[in-house]
Design a protein around this ligand. Structure first.
Ligand code: ZN
Length: 149
């Protein structure tokens, strides 16, 4: 790190401590040449995840959108808010594990359906029918048969 006073590179860290609720590290540095001291902050770089929608438009990833869809699908089903929360946590962990900068909404939907299938079959079919945009009752029945059979 270059000294802001004399411009030399010979600076060293004399103290490090967490700052701003632990989201940053504050370092006191001293220049070996001019002996002046200064402070630097080190932060985690947050890379926003981009979701590619069906119409190819992009938007920033938003957990509440998944939540909304899942809550609607689970309406009046014997599934607790905690179950939904931990299910979405799992989906989210899967999304971020990919370390991709972009993910399609379709891929997210498939991940949600995979989890919903184990949780509640009615909620699963509801979610799938909205998600896959079943055009008629036949596609709906096909999906249902696939699931039951
Ligand atoms: Zn200096």
């Amino acid at each position: 790190m270059r000294c802001p006073f004399c411009g030399k590179d010979n600076t060293r860290v004399i103290d490090s401590r967490p700052a701003e609720d632990g989201n940053a590290i504050r370092r006191r540095r001293e220049c070996d040449v001019c002996r002046k001291r200064f402070t630097t902050y080190e932060k985690v770089e947050m890379i926003p995840l981009i979701v590619i929608k069906k119409d190819n438009n992009r938007e920033t990833y938003d957990r509440s959108k998944i939540e909304g869809g899942v809550f609607r699908a689970c309406h009046k089903r014997p599934i607790s808010a905690d179950q939904i929360k931990s299910m979405i946590d799992e989906v989210e962990a899967g999304i971020f594990k990919k370390e991709a900068r972009e993910i399609s909404s379709r891929e997210i939907g498939e991940m949600v359906m995979e989890k919903l299938k184990d949780l509640d079959s009615v909620a699963y079919v509801r979610f799938a029918s909205v998600y896959r945009e079943f055009k008629d009752v036949n596609t709906f029945m096909d999906e249902l048969k696939k699931m039951l059979g």
